[in-house]
Ligand binder design. Structure first.
Ligand SMILES: [Zn+2]
Length: 278
């Protein structure tokens, strides 16, 4: 490489190509279903956008690029919303798609330095962008959010936000605020959203949530007092459900659904019988 080489070279033709148009990923479609194309098959080239080395998945190198809003699909391919690809792609490839989408979103949002307004460039080492004027390094940022699944004996608390698909209820959720622990965020969110107190908070699991750049941390908890008083600004309805009268719930890709399924199973129900919304 010489000093005159362009800052972003063409990605290797054999690498997997994660090309995004907004929240949609370019996938190839044939009789076997959908798959993420190789760079060589993608119809894209070095000038299609700023390519980012996103690492490896399934033993293959992976490159990501953000395409303009009006980008057209090459023949035999289409853009599909990332969330819809969860059941269609192998797990390691889907995880890489999430990582790649967060990286291109961060690249796009940090072309200029937040401290001095100078232009930033890829740092060349870790996943970071360096300001060409003040030298500040900017790393991808995640927004942690807590999910809380509250139970009271044989009743499960589920709520719906006005943005949910019609009829769907889920666990409570909210972003962690500066200065807060995850546990404090969980207690505050539940208090603010539905007016009750919780106890017995237990870690359930975590999940990257690249829509666009969150990390979900899930907890189960027990009801510890107070009357349900949903905050109309965030919660359209909140109710206690029993295992034999469950509402429609989120798709299986989410941690919220994993917690609901766990509770249903523990109370003698069949999670696969739950009505699922997109
Ligand atoms: Zn700067």
């Amino acid at each position: 490489m010489t000093d005159n080489s362009p800052p972003h070279d063409a990605p290797p033709p054999g690498a997997l190509c994660f090309a995004f148009r907004g929240g949609e990923l370019l996938v190839a479609e044939d009789g076997d279903g959908v798959r993420v194309p190789r760079v060589a098959d993608s119809g894209l080239h070095a000038e299609s956008g700023v390519w980012v080395d996103a690492g490896e998945a399934d033993g293959l190198r992976c490159f990501a690029v953000s395409l303009p809003d009006g980008a057209l699909e090459p023949p035999g391919m289409r853009f599909v919303r990332l969330r819809r690809l969860y059941p269609l792609l192998p797990a390691p490839v889907y995880r890489m798609a999430g990582r790649a989408s967060e990286i291109v979103e961060w690249e796009h949002a940090h072309r200029f330095c937040g401290r001095c307004g100078g232009r930033t460039v890829a740092s060349g080492e870790a996943l970071a962008r360096r300001c060409t004027q003040c030298g500040a390094l900017h790393y991808p940022r995640l927004a942690p959010a807590v999910l809380v699944c509250v139970a009271d004996g044989d009743r499960l608390l589920l709520a719906r936000s006005p943005h949910f698909p019609a009829g769907m209820y889920s666990t409570l959720a909210g972003f962690v605020e500066p200065g807060e622990s995850l546990e404090e965020a969980a207690a505050r969110e539940v208090r603010e959203e539905v007016g009750i107190e919780i106890a017995g908070l237990r870690y359930f699991g975590s999940q990257p949530w690249p829509f666009p750049s969150s990390l979900m941390v899930a907890f189960t908890a027990e009801y510890a007092g107070g009357d349900l008083r949903p905050d109309p600004a965030e919660i359209e309805d909140a109710r206690w459900f029993t295992v034999d009268a469950m509402p429609a719930v989120p798709p299986v890709m989410s941690l919220a659904r994993a917690m609901i399924d766990d509770w249903v199973r523990a109370h003698g129900g069949d999670p696969s019988a739950l009505e699922t919304t997109e």
